[in-house]
Every structure is written in structure tokens, then in C-alpha cells.
Write a protein that binds this ligand. Structure first.
Ligand code: ADP
Ligand SMILES: Cc1cn([C@H]2C[C@H](O)[C@@H](COP(=O)(O)O)O2)c(=O)[nH]c1=O
Ligand code: ZN
Length: 195
């Protein structure tokens, strides 16, 4: 007989550029687990405090209560034996033991749902996202709409005073439409003059 009813852990990754609907999709999945009465706990790195520290928020205002954390290990203090679903937004910002902490939760039977940027403004992979994407049971890769031509957008364009950011700019710059646009491969630009 198959053991279908044993709790098997699972890692779901939601990735894509800025404005592609990662937070909306994370909020949609977690609202459903909450409605189903599954003990659900949601985290957000406290580096991204654009909107509210105690919520995850989408660009068009959808939000859900969350715990703001500085280090990935803090998650283990909050997750209890009866917690079944763990959501993490902006997972690209968490470093250190992120992969081992997430896999520890998954291997103990939890459903972990993470949303994060797969690429940074330089169009390079972001933090430990490649490893999380490789280990995931399910990956949803979303596109936004290119703000220049309307094609599906896979890239995040950083704009400084309206001009493409330089390759040597710092990796982290918290912001939204004042500093970033979704762009397609054709319209994405990076200033490589000072490499
Ligand atoms: N270029 C764009 N393409 C698609 N949606 C956009 C764009 N710019 C703004 N939006 C808005 O952003 C919302 C998605 O926001 P959000 O879930 O926070 O995305 P992400 O977490 O991927 O940055 C969309 O529903 C739409 O209202
Ligand atoms: C591409 C890129 C983005 N960021 C920052 C900008 C925002 O604060 C977040 C992404 O938020 P979203 O929910 O995906 O819209 O990350 C950054 O610091 N560095 C980058 O290269
Ligand atoms: Zn384009």
C-alpha cells in the first residue's frame, strides 16, 4: 500500500523580475492555506521596508501579515511542530544558511513557499536563488510587461536619474518604479563602461 497520507515536505519557488506578480502569487497561495485552516507562518527580510515591516505587499497593494526577520535562522524560533506552511518573500535577500534552513524545514515535512528575484539588475543570478531553484519541487517563473515595448519581460532594469545603472553599482537598492522597470531582453540595458 502507498503511504499517500504521510506529510511529505515540499519546496515551491516563485521567481521572475520585479513587477511580475511574485508577491501577488505568494499572497494568493498563502491566503488559500490560511482559508484551509493550515497553520501558516510568513516571513520577510527586514531589508525591504518599502511598504510595511509587518506585511508582505504587492506593487498594487495586496498584503498579508508577516514576521520581519534579519537572519534566516530566526525562522526556526517561530516555526512550531504544528506549523504546516511557511511563506518567505524577497528570499533573494536572505544569505548565510538559507539553503540548509529551508531544506531542514522541507525534510521535516513542511510546505515552504518562497518568492524572489532570480536575476539582479545586472541580469546575473541573485544570491542563493540558483541553488533553491535547483532543489525546488516546483518552480513558477513569471514575466512582467516590458515598459518599453509591451513584450513579456524577464529582466529588471535599474534606472539612475532615468539612465541605465552602471554594472559596478551596489547590488542592493531598495525601491520600486522610481528606480526600476520591467524590460524584455531587447530593451534591457546596462552601462558596462566602467567594468
Ligand atoms: N511592468 C509591469 N508588468 C506587470 N505588472 C506591473 C508592471 N508594473 C506594475 N505592475 C503591477 O505590479 C503588480 C505585481 O506586483 P507584485 O506582485 O508586487 O510583483 P513582484 O513581487 O514580482 O515585484 C501587477 O499586478 C501590476 O498591477
Ligand atoms: C533587481 C534588483 C532589485 N533590488 C530590490 C528592489 C526591490 O526593493 C526588491 C525587489 O522587490 P520585488 O518584490 O521583486 O518587486 O529588490 C535590489 O536590491 N537589487 C537588484 O538588483
Ligand atoms: Zn521590450
Amino acid at each position: 500500500m502507498y503511504s499517500h497520507f504521510v506529510d511529505v515536505g515540499r519546496l515551491e519557488m516563485i521567481c521572475g523580475p520585479m513587477f511580475s506578480g511574485k508577491s501577488e502569487e505568494l499572497i494568493r497561495r498563502l491566503k488559500r492555506t490560511i482559508l484551509a485552516g493550515m497553520p501558516t507562518i510568513i516571513f520577510t527580510p527586514n531589508i525591504d521596508n518599502r511598504y510595511a515591516e509587518d506585511h508582505i505587499c504587492s506593487h498594487d497593494g495586496k498584503k498579508l501579515e508577516a514576521i520581519s526577520i534579519s537572519h534566516i535562522e530566526e525562522i526556526l524560533d517561530y516555526v512550531k511542530d504544528d506549523t504546516t506552511v511557511i511563506g518567505i518573500d524577497e528570499v533573494q535577500f536572505l544569505d548565510g544558511e538559507i539553503v540548509s534552513v529551508i531544506m531542514k524545514l522541507v525534510n521535516s515535512g513542511k510546505r515552504v513557499v518562497c518568492a524572489g528575484l532570480d536575476k539582479d539588475f545586472k541580469a546575473e543570478s541573485f544570491g542563493q536563488m540558483p541553488e533553491l531553484l535547483a532543489l525546488a519541487d516546483d518552480v513558477t517563473k513569471l514575466t512582467a510587461i516590458c515598459m518599453c515595448c509591451g513584450r513579456p519581460a524577464n529582466f529588471t532594469q535599474r534606472l539612475i536619474a532615468g539612465k541605465p545603472a552602471s554594472y559596478n553599482d551596489p547590488l542592493i537598492l531598495i525601491g520600486a518604479s522610481e528606480s526600476y522597470e520591467a524590460r524584455c531582453r531587447l530593451c534591457y540595458q546596462i552601462d558596462r563602461n566602467d567594468i
